[in-house]
Design a protein around this ligand. Structure first.
Ligand SMILES: N[C@@H](CCC(=O)N[C@@H](CS)C(=O)NCC(=O)O)C(=O)O
Length: 254
């Protein structure tokens, strides 16, 4: 059953309803949603959530966005119920059931809305290759990112060196192609581009330039950002930087 016209939060768009009222309304309507609608539980600085926003936008799937007000101190009851194992965002709720973990969600979205804008290649080798690089990214680069803002001195330098080396490997994989999968924007692009909104933070805290180190990768970021699905899903890089400074303070790191 289609929902009454509520107007939802998607990317930069905000609901005209006050936040609390919007939330209450979605919670009441969650089990009456249309097959073609989902609820996304997220947090604005999370690149994993941005992955899901991009994928839903690429597929043209209508979603209701619920921001976790205080993800690190006081998680919502809904998040704890929907992702009791990891208690992390993103989570999507579709047909009244939760799906967790960004890559599993991307695969689910591609499986359910398989009639449009494919995320994964139909070629098994290409699929395996994309998954390999996303796995490399999540295991290696995302961790370097954290060490770059959370440490200092020699540890920070080591993380920066590893980060740049890993980005160069990715840049090699991109080669001269417009997107990682070739001409088509796909899994690896969706999984990696959200992290570009953290580049300014890393550059400022660690004193280097991603563009100088990996110019082709930055060209790719700019190319991806021309897509509305990306530009509407990524937050302002300066706001992310301010958030990281506040977050460091909260953790007692200076
Ligand atoms: N492997 C997860 C990572 C998700 C993740 O780390 N989410 C963070 C936000 S960026 C979170 O919810 N953190 C809350 C916490 O650690 O308590 C995915 O791909 O979805």
């Amino acid at each position: 059953m289609p929902l009454p016209q509520l107007s939802y939060k998607q990317g930069a768009e905000t609901s005209p309803l006050p936040e609390r009222k919007y939330r209450e309304k979605i919670l009441c309507l969650i089990n009456q949603m249309d097959e073609d609608e989902v609820v996304l539980l997220g947090f604005w600085t999370s690149p994993y959530v941005m992955r899901v926003k991009i994928a839903l936008a690429e597929k043209g799937v209508h979603y209701y966005y619920l921001e976790e007000g205080n993800l690190f101190k006081n998680k919502s009851t809904l998040l704890l119920k929907m992702n009791p194992v990891f208690k992390k965002v993103p989570v999507i709720i579709h047909n009244d059931k939760p799906i967790c973990e960004s890559l599993i969600i991307l695969q689910y979205i591609d499986d359910v809305w398989n009639d449009r804008a494919p995320i994964l290649s139909e070629n098994p080798y290409q699929r395996a290759k994309s998954r390999f690089w996303v796995d490399f990214f999540d295991k290696k680069i995302a961790d370097c990112g954290r060490r770059m803002w959370a440490s200092k001195g020699a540890d920070q330098e080591a993380a920066k060196k590893e980060f740049i080396e890993s980005l160069k490997l990715l840049e090699g994989e991109l080669g001269e192609k417009p997107y990682f999968g070739g001409d088509r924007f796909g899994l690896l692009d969706i999984a990696l581009v959200p992290f570009s909104c953290r580049f300014y933070t890393y550059e400022t805290l660690c004193n280097f330039s991603v563009e100088k180190e990996c110019p082709k990768l930055i060209e790719w970021v700019k190319r991806c950002s021309l897509r509305e699905s990306v530009s509407k899903s990524l937050p302002d890089q300066y706001k992310v930087y301010d958030f990281v400074l506040e977050f460091k303070k909260m953790l007692g790191i200076n």
